[in-house]
Design a protein around this ligand. Sequence first.
Ligand code: GDP
Ligand code: MG
Length: 147
Amino acid sequence: MYNSSHDFTFAIVKPNAVKAGNTGPILAMINKAGFEITAMRMVKLTRAQASSFYDIHRGEEFFIPLIDYMTSGPVVVMILQHQTGNSVGRFRELMGPTDPSEAPEGTIRKLFAESPRMNAIHGADSKMNAEKESNFFFSGIERFYST
Ligand code: GDP
Ligand code: MG
């Protein structure tokens, strides 16, 4: 049964990474870093869906290019759980910073980002957003809870 105090994060393999055939290598890195995938689906976002998902960035100069990018091809959306109970923080570490030129070795963005916009991976930035973003894409019946 769903428990909102449950620890998890929400992630997206972005269009450039899917297109380049990097979904498999990214999923392998995610598993190797100790995350369990508890929901996953491939989807092509509409502009309305991408705009709603990134509503917080509406008005930024990179908003329209971001929506163009996020709707340019299919993405893989997923819910992840890390056994430490710090899924959000551990996944942000594994991703690396937004701008890949600042990303440390061993991060997903260091390996697979092409630019600050086409940066291969999304991860929720807080527990609240992990919850919100997970509910945007997945119903309860599509989620598998790990204890
Ligand atoms: P994230 O949490 O590290 O993904 O970064 P943000 O939430 O700040 O931004 C969301 C997404 O918008 C990023 O992952 C990029 O794809 C894009 N983005 C953010 N900042 C910039 C920027 O300064 N330039 C460009 N071109 N894209 C950006
Ligand atoms: Mg963000």
